[in-house]
Design a protein around this ligand. Structure first.
Ligand code: GLA
Length: 709
C-alpha cells in the first residue's frame, strides 16, 4: 500500500519519493516531509510545531499547514478564504476523519476537515498514480448548512519545501508568438506570483513551476516541481516567510473571483500535481512527460500522424479546387493527415466575419465538405478541420440573433479582439447551440482531427442576466468549455483534438484531458521555434507538441534568420521533427528537389516517430541561452534506439562548437552512433566528447542504435 497511516500521520510513497503530513500537537494538519523515499515509516519526521513569536504571530502563522484557511493570526497566503452568511470571514479547519481509497492504477487519501462553528466541510484528496513519482491534489468544499457560503479564494494545494534558504524558482513566461521562455530567479522573503487573468491559460505564464536549491541543472540536483490542470484564470504563488518557510500554492485565480455555494452544494478545485526528483530539471520534465502520456491524455500513446495544414499557405482563401491541389501534393510527400484551417465556414473571407456560423460556406463548398473529404480520403489521408467555437464575430448570423450570448457588462462597449467577442460558455443555451452545431459537423463529415482555437483574451467578463454570483463566470466558463469538449469527445471518440489559442495560449494539463495535442506557437520561424519548443518541453512531451515546417517570412520580426533566404529545408525539418511533425509551407511552390527532400525526411520521421513521441527527452544544450548551438536527444523506453538533433544558428566567430555528451543510454549495452566509428558501450559514449562539425544555420540528425553482442 503506497499510503501508510499511523498515529494521525500519513505517509504517501511513490516508487522513489515520499510526502508526509499529520496532526501536530495543536491539532493542525501539518506538513512533515517531501523528498526521497525513506526505508521505514519510522524514518519520516513528525509534523512540525510552530510556536508563538511574541504577540504578533501565533502558532497557525508559523505552522506549514497542508491546507491553511484564513483564520486567527495567520498572514501567510491561505488556500481558503470564505464569507459566511452571519458575516464571519474566516474558517477554523479541524481534522475530522481520513480514509484511503484504492483505485484502478491509483490510490487516494481523503481527509475531512470541519469548521468548529460553521456547518461546512473541506475534503482534501491526495492521489498517487501507479508508476509515477507525482501526487495530485484537489480540495472540495461542501456546504452542510442552510445558508450560502461565499468562496473568495479556494486553491487546490499548498506545497511545502524543506526548511532552508537559497531556493530558486523556475517558471515560463512569454507573449503571443514568443511563448515559453524559461526564467530562473532566487526566491526571497515575500510572494512571487505567476498567473493568468485572461480566461485562458495564456501565452504569458504557464501553470508550472520548478524549485531547486540554486544549483540544480539538467542532470543533477533536487527539484520540486508542479503543474495545475486548469485552462482558465489561475495563480501560482511561491512564498518565503520570515521564518524560513518556503511554500508554493496553486489554484484558481482569486482575482475578481467569487462563488456562491448554496446549501447542500459542493465545489471542487482543479487538480494540482507536484513531484520531487534528486536528478535535476531533465528528470523533472521526463516525469511530467510520462505522466501526461500515461495518465492525462485521452488517446494515450497514440502515434501522431504527419499532417499538412493549409493556414500559412492560403490564409482564408480555401475552396474545393485549391485545397484538393494541396492535398494531392501533400499525399505525394507522405503526409497522413490533411487539415483545412480557417476560412471554410459561412461568410468567412477574412477575420472580420463568420465566427459562430459553423456550416460550410456555400460559395466555397457548394456541395458541403464531402467532395473535399472524399478526395483527401481517396489520396490515403485522413481529414482534419479548424474551428473556434468559443468566439463570435459581430458580423455573423449567430450574433445578430443572440447579441446577449457574449460576455459583456451592461452599458459598456464590448471590446473586440481580432474583431471577435467571446461567447459565454457558462450559459446552457450557448453550450447547446455549439454542441448541436459541432456534433452535426462531425456526424455529417468524415473528420478525424479538429484544431480547436481561441484567439483572444477576455474583456468585460460579465453575465448580466445570471441570477447567481456573476464572478462565478471564471469557473463556469471553463466548466462549460470542458463539458462541451468532453461531450463531443464522448460522441466522437476516434477524433484527435488539438488545443490552440493563437499558438500556445492554452497549454496546460487540464486541456490535455480533452486535447491530444497543442499548437505551440504561431511563430513557426525555425530559429525562434528552437527556443519555444525547448521551453514547452519543460512540461510537455514531444508527442503533444505539433511542429510545422513552414516558409515563414525570413524578414518577419520574430524570425531572426539571415536576410534574403530561407533556412535549409533540412534545418527546418530537423526542428519540426523534434515534435509531432507537420507541414505548413506552401508545398505547391516547392520544386522537385525540395519535394524529394521532404519525402525523405517524412519517411525518416515515420521511422523515428516512436522514439521521439514516446521516448525520453534529454536537453543536451539549451537553445534559450543565445549560444547559437543547441541539441536534444530522444531515447526509446527500452534504450534500444536513440536520436540526436543538433542545431547551429548564427555564431559570428569561426569557433569550434563545444562537445556534446549523450545521455540516457544503457551503460552496459553497446551502441553505434551515426557519424562516428565503431560500436562502444553506452557508458563510453556517455563519457565521450562528441564534436559536431556544423556551419552557421546548419543542423544534424544522428541515429544511435544498440547493437547485438
Ligand atoms: C490562430 C492560430 C493559427 C490559425 C489562425 C486562423 O492564429 O494560432 O494557427 O489557425 O488562428 O485564423
Amino acid at each position: 500500500m503506497p499510503i501508510t497511516a499511523q498515529d494521525q500521520t500519513w505517509i504517501l510513497e511513490t516508487d522513489h519519493t515520499a510526502y508526509s503530513f499529520g496532526l501536530n500537537a495543536f491539532g493542525l494538519l501539518t506538513h512533515a516531509y517531501w523528498g526521497p523515499r525513506l526505508l521505514t515509516p519510522e524514518d519520516y519526521p513528525p509534523p512540525v510545531m510552530g510556536m508563538n513569536w511574541a504577540s504578533f504571530n501565533n502558532p497557525p502563522h508559523l505552522t506549514p499547514e497542508e491546507y491553511p484557511a484564513y483564520h486567527e493570526m495567520k498572514f501567510i497566503e491561505p488556500c481558503l478564504k470564505v464569507t459566511f452568511a452571519n458575516g464571519a470571514r474566516d474558517a477554523a479547519l479541524r481534522f475530522q476523519s481520513a480514509h484511503i481509497k484504492p483505485g484502478d492504477g491509483q490510490t487516494s487519501l481523503h481527509i475531512s476537515l470541519r469548521d468548529r462553528a460553521q456547518p461546512f466541510e473541506v475534503l482534501l484528496c491526495y492521489t498517487l498514480y501507479d508508476g509515477h513519482d507525482l501526487i495530485g491534489r484537489t480540495a472540495t468544499l461542501v456546504n452542510h448548512g442552510t445558508e450560502p457560503i461565499l468562496i473568495e479564494r479556494m486553491w487546490s494545494a499548498q506545497w511545502h519545501l524543506p526548511v532552508g534558504e537559497g531556493y530558486r524558482f523556475s517558471h515560463l513566461t512569454g507573449r503571443w508568438s514568443d511563448e515559453f521562455h524559461l526564467r530562473r530567479e532566487p526566491l526571497q522573503q515575500g510572494v512571487k506570483v505567476i498567473e493568468s487573468r485572461r480566461l485562458h491559460t495564456s501565452h504569458h505564464h504557464s501553470p508550472w513551476f520548478a524549485i531547486d536549491r540554486g544549483s540544480a541543472d539538467e542532470d543533477q540536483g533536487e527539484v520540486w516541481f508542479g503543474a495545475l490542470a486548469w485552462s482558465g484564470s489561475w495563480k501560482i504563488a511561491a512564498e518565503v516567510t520570515d521564518f524560513a518557510s518556503t511554500r508554493v500554492s496553486a489554484g484558481l485565480n482569486d482575482w475578481d473571483f467569487a462563488y456562491r455555494l448554496m446549501p447542500g452544494e459542493s465545489f471542487t478545485t482543479p487538480e494540482a500535481y507536484a513531484g520531487y526528483t534528486p536528478d535535476g530539471f531533465g528528470a523533472a520534465s521526463r516525469g511530467l512527460h510520462d505522466f501526461i502520456r500515461d495518465a492525462v491524455l485521452p488517446h494515450r500513446h497514440t502515434a501522431h500522424r504527419v499532417l499538412f495544414n493549409s493556414w500559412e499557405a492560403t490564409l482564408f482563401d480555401v475552396d474545393v479546387a485549391s485545397q484538393s491541389l494541396y492535398a494531392e501534393t501533400a499525399a505525394s510527400l507522405g503526409v497522413e493527415l490533411f487539415v483545412m484551417d480557417d476560412g471554410w465556414f459561412h461568410g468567412r473571407d477574412h477575420d472580420r466575419a463568420g465566427l459562430g456560423d459553423w456550416w460550410p460556406d456555400a460559395r466555397k463548398f457548394p456541395q458541403g465538405l464531402t467532395p473535399l473529404i472524399e478526395r483527401v480520403n481517396a489520396l490515403g489521408m485522413d481529414f482534419g478541420l479548424w474551428i473556434e467555437p468559443e468566439m463570435v464575430n459581430p458580423d455573423s448570423d449567430l450574433y445578430r440573433a443572440h447579441p446577449d450570448w457574449v460576455l459583456h457588462f451592461p452599458d459598456r462597449p464590448r471590446t473586440e479582439g481580432r474583431n471577435q467577442l467571446i461567447l459565454n460558455l457558462g450559459r446552457a443555451d450557448v453550450q447547446t447551440y455549439l454542441l448541436d452545431r459541432l456534433d452535426a459537423l462531425l456526424r455529417e463529415n468524415n473528420i478525424a482531427f479538429i484544431k480547436w482555437d481561441m484567439n483572444r483574451a477576455v474583456t468585460e467578463p460579465g453575465w448580466p442576466d445570471y441570477d447567481g454570483e456573476p464572478r462565478e463566470i471564471w469557473v463556469r466558463y471553463v466548466e462549460g468549455l470542458y463539458r462541451l469538449w468532453g461531450t463531443l469527445r464522448q460522441r466522437h471518440p476516434r477524433v484527435i483534438w488539438q488545443s490552440c489559442s493563437g499558438g500556445g495560449g492554452r497549454a496546460d494539463l487540464g486541456i490535455l484531458r480533452y486535447a491530444d495535442q497543442i499548437w505551440v506557437s504561431d511563430n513557426t520561424g525555425p530559429v525562434a521555434r528552437l527556443g519555444i519548443q525547448e521551453g514547452f518541453s519543460q512540461v510537455f512531451p514531444a508527442s503533444v507538441m505539433e511542429a510545422w515546417v513552414t516558409d515563414m517570412e525570413p524578414h518577419s520580426w520574430f524570425n531572426p534568420q539571415p536576410a534574403g533566404e530561407y533556412l535549409p529545408l533540412s534545418f527546418r525539418f530537423h526542428v519540426s521533427m523534434c515534435g509531432a511533425l507537420g507541414i505548413g509551407a506552401n508545398i505547391t511552390h516547392w520544386g522537385e528537389a525540395e519535394r524529394d527532400e521532404a519525402r525523405r525526411w517524412i519517411a525518416i520521421y515515420k521511422e523515428l516517430r516512436p522514439i521521439i513521441q514516446e521516448g525520453d527527452l534529454y536537453r543536451l544544450r539549451s537553445a534559450q541561452t543565445g549560444s547559437g548551438f543547441s541539441a536534444v536527444q530522444y531515447v526509446s523506453k527500452d534504450k534500444a534506439e536513440s536520436v540526436l538533433f543538433a542545431f547551429r544558428t548564427l555564431i559570428p566567430d569561426p569557433a569550434n562548437l563545444p562537445p556534446l555528451r549523450l545521455r540516457g543510454l544503457d551503460p552496459q549495452a553497446r551502441y553505434t552512433v551515426e557519424g562516428f566509428d565503431g560500436a562502444r558501450s553506452g557508458l563510453a559514449w556517455m563519457n565521450t566528447d562528441l564534436l559536431m562539425p556544423l556551419l552557421n544555420f546548419d543542423s544534424t540528425l544522428r541515429r544511435i542504435r544498440r547493437v547485438s553482442e
